[in-house]
Ligand binder design. Structure first.
Ligand code: ZN
Ligand code: ZN
Length: 321
């Protein structure tokens, strides 16, 4: 495993710990908003691993901030690469932890992620399609732990809502509810700076999605919302700063729609089973169970809503391609 590295930069006055390799299970980027009196707010906190916490402390040290003066954490959503370090932080100090109300349950008790990730649905889809069920015993929280990015609970949270204004340091963030990847995923828009913290929705590649998290329909609607903000710059949760927001949003949209086109193509010669379509969409067999099943299901829900397919048990029947 290569050592975890980060770039410590300032973007329009906001301090950022940008993790060099954006792929799972590496931590999400962390944003630091200092006050005049050396208190500060963190937007996402990264994984709870020693290497991730080391980078967080390196950043704080660079900007001469003491972890004990952390007063607020804003979480883009309740995933372990964004909030795993909360466990370690809460042993040092007691900041307010803000999260969208639809991600409150897994932030308080990680076991609730199993539903948000649609793990029961994936197991059901495999069984109904007669697949050998290697994944019946799959344990999501153990999976995070084995990857080195355990999920940790926030002991107490303050719930936030779409449209709410959060003033921290000299920043004024508008909360934008952007489901798709997580039910309570938020983006934060700093209008004066024309700067958008887009969470996991925009970056080098699309985030995965599940029906419970908002699915592909939610993801596409969220991208439309983000595009309307007309931001000058996007700070994504994974990957480098984006200087062409409209282009980056469009690229993600195209990749989501490409999957829809692939499904339609696979149905061109007639009915197919769910797993056949899953394999046509997701090429890496390691990903067929998760997030494959949840992504495929999300697209089938959209196509069903639009009258393009119908389903009989695990068979998908084309109607109007
Ligand atoms: Zn995530
Ligand atoms: Zn993430």
């Amino acid at each position: 495993m290569t050592a975890l590295k980060a770039n410590f930069v300032k973007i329009k006055g906001i301090c950022a710990i940008l993790i060099e390799n954006p792929s799972w299970p590496n931590p999400a980027n962390i944003f630091v908003i200092p006050d005049d009196d050396k208190g500060f707010c963190l937007i996402d906190v990264g994984c709870g691993s020693d290497s991730s916490i080391k980078l967080l402390l390196e950043g704080l040290n660079k900007w001469q901030l003491d972890i004990k003066k952390l007063h607020t954490i804003i979480l883009s959503h309740a995933h372990p690469d964004h909030m795993g370090a909360v466990g370690w932080i809460l042993e040092k100090t007691r900041p307010r932890v803000l999260i969208h109300h639809q991600d409150a349950a897994p932030a308080l008790d990680p076991v609730n992620l199993i539903e948000a990730f649609d793990i029961p649905l994936a197991k059901q889809r495999l069984i109904s399609d007669g697949e050998t069920v290697d994944f019946q015993q799959f344990d999501l929280l153990k999976f995070f732990k084995d990857c080195g990015c355990s999920m940790n609970a926030a002991r107490k949270i303050h719930q936030i809502h779409d449209g709410e204004i959060l003033a921290v340091g000299d920043c004024v963030f508008e909360v934008i509810h952007t489901p798709g990847h997580s039910p309570g995923h938020i983006a934060l828009f700093e209008r004066q700076r024309s700067l958008l913290l887009a969470g996991d929705l925009v970056g080098p590649s699309p985030a995965w999605y599940t029906p419970t998290s908002g699915g592909v329909v939610g993801y596409l609607e969220s991208l439309t919302k983000l595009n309307k903000l007309d931001a000058d710059i996007i700070c994504p949760s994974h990957g480098p700063i984006i200087k062409n927001p409209a282009g980056a949003i469009q690229k993600i949209r195209e990749r989501l729609l490409k999957r829809e086109a692939l499904l339609k193509e696979a149905l061109h010669d007639g009915s197919r089973s769910f797993m056949d379509l899953n394999k046509a969409l997701i090429h890496n067999p390691m990903l067929h169970f998760f997030p494959g099943c949840a992504i495929t299901e999300s697209h089938l829900i959209k196509l069903e809503m639009e009258g393009i397919i119908r389903r009989e048990s695990h068979i998908v029947i084309p109607l109007n391609l």
